[in-house]
Design a protein. Sequence first.
Length: 308
Amino acid sequence: MRTAVIACLSVCAVAFSPSARRQPMQMNVEGPSLKKIVATAVAGIFTVGGFNMPAQALTKADVNSLSYLQVKGTGLANRCPEVIGEGSIPLQGGKKYAIKDLCIEPKSWQGEEEVATKKGEAVKEFVNTKLMTRQTYSLDGVSGSLEVQGGNAVFTEEDGIDYAATTVQLPGGARVPFLFTVKDLVAKSSSAGPIKPGFDLGGSFTVPSYRTGLFLDPKGRGTTTGYDFTQGLIGIQTGLEGDKELFKENNKKFDVLKGDIEFAVNKVNAEEGEFGGVFVSTQPSDTDMGAKEPKKILIKGIFYGQIE
């Protein structure tokens, strides 16, 4: 399946090239199946038309040459640098490499919704969404280690700005918050290198709760603090089953879920140790601390990294 995903990413990679256009706390851990999501991406969701690319490439050297005042208010801080070149970076077995300044910039977001077919049947499909968050949704400064293990290159995420609170709006008007992240990512390649166009990395990561333990909802309910009942509705919460309808809302929990991501390299600057390409990520949305079922979010965009 990974081969099919990488093939899809490679075909679309041209669109990203610089020359194209630029409670005590309760814990619940579960990993939603994402096979159908990846299959949908392979079928053609990852299309060029869904992206609004910048007019010009912005290299790492360009970013480093800008002052704070030149970046302030322009949105450049939310953009990932782009790589110019198609070289190759060799990887040696038994040697541990450091990946630094990994930047992951989404370009499109889709949410899974039930859509009625012409026959009147309800099927789940990914639909386009409208971004409601300002330009603070990219991940930056992510770092980790890369080494060859058993004939495969493996990247382990360790530090950096590896999460960003994001909200999108579905066509019906419903807003879906989620924590875009690659926390605790362990991504494995199908080869031992070298890092060159076509090199892939893919694996699972942890998706923490969108809210933390000290969060209180409008009714003053929380996990480690706050009420454990709905104020003003005490009458319907008495008796043996009085709390049944509001049980999930009253009993908050810190959900820890799982997501998957696939990277495909399409540009390499061997002299500077830079590589970049495109990615497809699938992850669950916020659960409102256990009160709602999470929606599946499909995220596509570009990434940049340095190896040393």
